[in-house]
Design a protein around this ligand. Structure first.
Ligand code: SF4
Length: 302
């Protein structure tokens, strides 16, 4: 793949992308650029288990969330470019370490390379597609048979919010259509004898400070549109990162009152899924990507 005209995500840039560079919104080339590749223990219990989720953090993003919790890799695009064969080797290496699944984080700009990678080698453990939710259903359809578990966000139902905070006014419509396609592919959640997820869709929502109305609207939409076909993961780990300090209301953690308000609605709606404790808002839950890249230990990309 020398030069590629890209319409993989809802930005539909029609941008020219070479293997190492791109002129689209994401500024990425088509070869996988990786920031971290290691067992990860802070996903939902049915994803992380005891042995961890074999997580591959791809560099860059199709969104530009000002509060991004992975800012150094999503917006500053730190990482190392691999060939498709090298990515496949990393997947095998993680599988050999005994992780429960292969977890692809922010993978969509690299979808073409990922499809080729799984043609080279398909692991025997489930493949997780972990995304901010800003996806095109037609791109997801090409992943049918590769991905076993979808782990999208639904960040907003409000277009003004998605425009201001993530630079994507059309986020809500695309994210909901994407979840429909994900659920069509996976069906209802399925688990193995140890309670680890084999198939299904878990929709995450991160509560933002001063935006409980948005969180409640998201939960209500998920209940109405998807009912028991999905699990919902309510996240309370928000800490001000990235450019969040430029927005006064985002420059703090969520309060117990905000947390309880959203949690009460989650319980009233009888949603199935997971709720993070408010005490989980700690920086230690965010991998230190920059020092990982410098460290050169066995988990790093060589
Ligand atoms: S993946 Fe990147 S280049 Fe392709 S459409 Fe999306 S933002 Fe544009």
């Amino acid at each position: 793949m020398n030069e590629y005209i890209c319409t993989l995500c809802p930005r539909s840039c029609n941008a020219v992308r070479t293997e190492k560079e791109g002129s689209g919104f994401c500024r990425l080339g088509t070869l996988p650029k990786i920031s971290r590749c290691a067992p990860h223990y802070w996903e939902e219990p049915c994803i992380s288990g005891e042995r961890g989720s074999g997580t591959i953090f791809f560099t860059g993003c199709v969104l530009s969330c000002i509060f991004c919790q992975n800012y150094t890799i999503s917006q500053e695009r730190n990482g190392k470019i691999l060939t498709v064969r090298e990515l496949s080797d990393e997947i095998k290496r993680l599988e050999d370490m005994g992780v429960h699944n292969i977890n692809l984080v922010s993978p969509t700009p690299y979808a073409e390379s990922i499809i080729k990678c799984f043609e080279l080698y398909k692991p025997k453990i489930p493949v997780v597609y972990n995304t901010g939710g800003y996806e095109k259903a037609e791109t997801l359809r090409r992943l049918e048979g590769i991905v076993d578990i979808y782990l999208p966000d639904l960040k907003y139902t409000d277009t003004q919010m998605s425009k201001t905070l993530s630079g994507a006014e059309n986020y809500p419509e695309y994210a909901v259509s994407a979840i429909e396609e994900m659920v069509r592919q996976t069906g209802k959640p399925e688990f193995d004898d140890e309670g680890m997820m084999k198939k299904g869709t878990i929709v995450r929502h991160l509560i933002l400070p001063q935006h409980t109305k948005n969180s409640i609207a998201v939960l209500e939409l998920l209940k109405e549109r998807f009912g028991s076909d999905i699990l919902v993961s309510l996240m309370a780990q928000y800490i001000p990162m990235g450019k969040a300090s430029q927005f006064k209301e985002l420059d703090r953690r969520i309060t117990p009152r905000e947390y309880n308000k959203v949690l009460d609605r989650f319980e009233e709606l009888e949603l199935d899924g997971f709720v993070q404790e408010l005490s989980s808002a700690k920086e230690s839950y965010v991998p230190d990507f920059l020092s990982d890249l410098k460290r050169g230990d066995e988990y790093d990309i060589k």
